[in-house]
Ligand binder design. Structure first.
Ligand SMILES: Cc1ncc(COP(=O)(O)O)c(C=O)c1O
Length: 243
């Protein structure tokens, strides 16, 4: 069973503890996908995103998504490495060494044999920012997304389509036309925003509704960038609403 802490579309967090307890009861492998939102567990105030993950058999989060680490770097935690090793280990004669029993051979934990030393760059990230430096960045991203949320709520042309718990804001234009019309309107709206060449937003569908996504997560993003992104969004909204 796989639960997601921070879905790709809307950042929704599954009830990990409740799912985990059911999995425990039935002896089912419980995997937690915290690819994006796992980074929020750096902060005491958002550590709840992983509440219940201690019941998991495996947890993944991607430092390359929100933890200032260059692509690619996924951190995989597994309760019982033996399960992986029994699945993936290979013992050709030429790979045998005198220390096999004493070391962790990560080649036996997955499909790849040859692999890059990705943990090294993660080590550098943690050493160069420090835990407090990383916390400050993530906290600021959440604050900036909160500003956008406030602007969406304060402007009657827009509506929020999902709660903003972390640094992802899902919204659309809504001028009261029917749902098919709103989908078309918002598709044109997003094209207009992205045609500006200064802001690039993505979309998804939430409950069948065409939804625009704004996420804050870069090391260099400051309030002035988010404010100017909002200016672009607001101007594009005015244009598509009068078309
Ligand atoms: C929740 C979640 N899980 C998994 C992935 C896959 O990430 P990757 O292929 O970079 O490991 C994504 C990517 O957006 C994601 O949002």
């Amino acid at each position: 069973v796989m639960a997601t802490a921070g879905t790709t579309s809307s950042g929704a967090v599954d009830p990990l503890r409740a799912v985990g307890e059911i999995c425990r009861e039935h002896g089912v492998w419980f995997h937690v996908d915290a690819a994006w939102a796992g980074t929020a567990a750096l902060l005491p105030e958002t550590r709840w995103v992983l509440d219940g993950a201690e019941l998991a058999d495996s947890v993944v989060f991607n430092p390359h998504k929100w933890m200032m680490t260059n692509f690619d770097c996924s951190a995989y935690f597994v309760r019982d490495p033996g399960t992986l090793i029994r699945t993936f280990e290979i013992h050709p004669e030429y790979l045998k060494t005198g220390v096999d029993a004493k070391v962790k051979n990560y080649r036996d934990w997955g499909i790849q044999l040859g692999r890059r030393f990705r943990a090294l760059k993660l080590w550098f990230v943690v050493r160069s920012y420090g835990v407090e430096g990383l916390q400050a960045l993530v906290r600021e991203h959440i604050r900036l997304a909160g500003l956008v949320k406030g602007w969406v709520e304060a402007d009657g042309r827009f509506e929020l389509l999902a709660p903003v718990d972390l640094a992802l804001v899902c919204f659309r234009l809504n001028d009261g036309r029917d749902e098919a019309g709103l989908d078309q309107l918002n598709r044109r709206f997003l094209e207009r925003i992205n045609a500006s060449g200064t802001v690039f937003l993505t979309h998804t569908t939430l409950r069948g509704r065409y939804t625009i996504r704004l996420v804050v997560g870069q090391r260099t993003t400051e309030e002035r960038h988010v404010r100017s992104a909002w200016d672009v969004i607001s101007a594009a909204a005015a244009e598509v609403l009068k078309d």
